[in-house]
Design a protein around this ligand. Structure first.
Ligand code: S3P
Length: 433
């Protein structure tokens, strides 16, 4: 894809449904006793991998599509569950594509099933570490095999009689926490997860809505075995991580004024917002509703940004926004230091490497270190051709960088944006002038 510089961003924008919540909705809906409805479900490649897997195991999914007030597409997911113990064994391996969330969370659910399941993925997913999930699940009683002592897919898992676990997570990872809580729904006794830093709490919120008592305190999050999940109706908020690309666009394109409507404002996802404020961005929350998931509207205007020393404790609260934050820091006045972000090296690609290489190609002044990078801001980017490394967030970060370049920025293999944001191009067109 080729991105040209543009002169202005204006209007109203509704981001697509939240990816993390959409995965959880498709999974927990499949385990509920009855039919659930989730409006503004994210129809992306990753979420379809979750749906395909649970369809094979017996859940039923239907979609109803309509148009939002800004002309984008929105879909209601209607899922009929089979109950916590109603899944049937798949006949062949389940292919989970690029989706780390599907693989890690599913491992938790499959740990509670007495049949064997094999899980495979694309080359990127097959290179992502799974031991962080398979090790505690084995301790709970699941049998799991796979490359390097079950660290890499393909994996085979056979569950059954699980015992609860008190697990201190070495990584600040919502995927690990969620996998263990989901396994905890099938385990004898209590399952408690303690994290080094707080991570997104969508699993906890959704479980409570489905009737599961979830205990959350300083000593972690805990669940116990339950016999049923109640079906629910819910509207999925706009994905703050997808909106981040458009927020960034409005900040760096001159004369911009963008209203972002119905976006998720869950505090465990708001790190990017707080860091932007620290950088001097003109961004404010215009409306905020505190429902099952906080949601609201933002207004963003062109801003001159300044570099920052990123507090490493913020990293889990903006983990998926770090690539686009690096783009913004590369255009901010002064020096930015990002540390404590080693987890970026085990995302869909090594994002510290992909972003540093691409940003250098388009004239940014950036040096990578083991757990982060140091950036000196420039006024605008040069034209150039960069690789997405088949990583959706790397691709979208460079497409946005192209809006503030001297000439065209070509992003190779940009088709991967459909993994989390199928209509990225259409949404960008609607607000560009
Ligand atoms: C996610 C958690 C994060 C995030 C990913 C989605 C989730 O991963 O990067 O895109 O839905 O739980 P980690 O848990 O590995 O940090």
């Amino acid at each position: 894809m080729t991105q040209k510089p543009i002169t202005k961003i204006q209007g109203e924008y509704i981001p697509p449904g939240d990816k993390s919540i959409s995965h959880r909705a498709a999974m927990l809906g499949a385990l509920a006793d009855g039919t659930s409805e989730f409006s503004h479900f994210l129809e992306s490649e990753d979420c379809f991998r979750t749906i395909d897997a649970f369809r094979v195991m017996g859940a039923t999914y239907k979609f109803k599509t309509s148009e939002t007030q800004t002309g984008s597409r929105t879909t209601k997911l209607i899922v009929t569950g089979v109950g916590l113990n109603g899944l049937r064994a798949p006949e062949s391996a389940l292919y989970l594509g690029n989706s780390g969330t599907t693989m890690r969370l599913m491992l938790g659910i499959l740990a509670g099933q007495s049949f064997e399941t094999r899980l495979t993925g694309d080359p990127s997913l097959s290179a992502r570490p799974m031991k962080r999930v398979t090790e505690p699940l084995r301790k709970m009683g699941a049998e799991i095999s796979g490359k390097d002592d079950a660290n890499f897919a393909p994996l085979a898992i056979r569950g059954g009689e699980l015992s609860g676990i008190q697990w201190t997570n070495q990584f600040a990872s919502a995927q690990v926490k969620s996998a263990l809580l989901l396994a905890g729904l099938y385990a004898q006794g209590s399952t408690r997860v303690t994290e080094p830093l707080p991570t997104r709490d969508h699993t906890e919120r959704l479980l409570r809505l489905l009737g599961v008592p979830v205990e959350a305190s300083k000593s972690g999050v805990a669940v116990r075995r339950v016999s049923t999940l109640h079906p629910i109706h819910m509207r999925i908020p706009g994905d703050f991580s997808s909106a981040a690309f458009f927020i960034a666009a409005a900040l760096i394109v001159p004369h911009s004024d963008l209203r972002v409507l119905d976006v998720g404002l869950n505090p465990s996802r708001m790190g990017f917002y707080h860091v932007l404020k620290q950088m001097g961005a003109d961004i404010k929350i215009e409306r905020q509703d505190h429902g099952e998931e906080p949601i609201g509207d933002l207004r963003v205007k062109t801003s001159s940004l300044k570099g920052i020393d990123l507090d490493p404790r913020m990293v889990p609260l903006l983990i998926d926004e770090l690539p686009i934050l690096m783009v913004l820091c590369a255009l901010a006045q002064g020096t930015t230091r990002i540390r404590g972000a080693r987890e970026l090296r085990v995302k869909e690609t090594d994002r510290l490497r992909s972003m540093t290489e691409g940003l250098k190609t388009i004239g940014a002044r950036i040096e990578e270190c083991d757990d982060g990078c140091t950036i000196e801001g420039v006024r605008e980017f040069a034209s150039g051709s960069v690789s997405s490394y088949q990583d959706h967030r790397t691709a979208m970060s460079f497409l946005i960088a192209g809006l503030r370049a001297k000439g065209n920025v070509v992003v190779r293999d940009a088709d991967c944006v459909k993994i989390s944001y199928p209509d990225f191009e259409g949404d960008l067109k609607r607000i560009c002038s």
